[in-house]
Design a binder for this molecule. Sequence first.
Ligand SMILES: [Zn+2]
Length: 221
Amino acid sequence: MPENPSNMQIVKLYYVLETAIRYYGSLPSHAQIDGDVVMVEGGAVNPATPFDLRRWKEPPHLALANLQPDVQALRRFTLKYGILFTHPSDTVRLSDAMRFRDYLRQAWGGSDAILAQMLVDLRAGLNVTPEGLETVPDNLWMLTRLMFLHDRLRARVRICANEDCPARFFLAVRKGQKFCSHPCAVLVNVRRFRQRLGGKRKQLQNQQHTGRGKRGYLQAR
Ligand SMILES: [Zn+2]
C-alpha cells in the first residue's frame, strides 16, 4: 500500500530553540523622592548571578501596566523592581515612567502598531550555558517587554471588564476569564442585576401609567 503522501510532507522547516529569560540586574537599596523624580542608590549593574524572578509576586509588566501616576507609587515600584532603563541609571522621572507605562498599556490593549514596534526594537543577548540557552535583556524595560510578549503569545494578557477596577490589567489563569478577580466579577454582576431590576420596575410603572390612561379615556367617554 502506498504511503500517504501528506505524511511524507512533514518536514521541519525551522528549528525551535528553547531559552529561559534571565535577568542580570539587582535591586536598589534606597530610593528617595525629589519632586517628581525618584533617585536610587545601590544595585549592581551586572551581578554575576541572575536575579531570581520568583521573588516577584507580580511580574514587572503587570506592576508597570497598573502603576498609578503618583511619585510614591513609582518609588515603591523602583525599590521592588529596580530602575526601568539604564540611562540615566540612578534617576527615574514620573512622566518618563508614565510614558513607558502607556506604551505597554497600548500593547496590552492589542494595538497592532505598538506590538509590531515592540518586536522590532526588542534587544536581548543570548548566552550559551551548560544548562541551556539564556535570553538576557539589558535592562528592566527590556525584561518587562519580553515577559509581556511571553504572556501575550499565550493569550494571557487581559483587561478587567470592571471599568472601575483599580488594577484593570491582569494575566488570565483560565480561558475566557473576563475579570481580574472574584470581587470584580461579583460587583459587575450585582450592578447588571440591579440595572435589569430597575428596567423592569420602569416597565411596570409605564404599564401602570398606560393602564390609568386607558381608564381615564374610558371614564371620559
Ligand atoms: Zn478587576
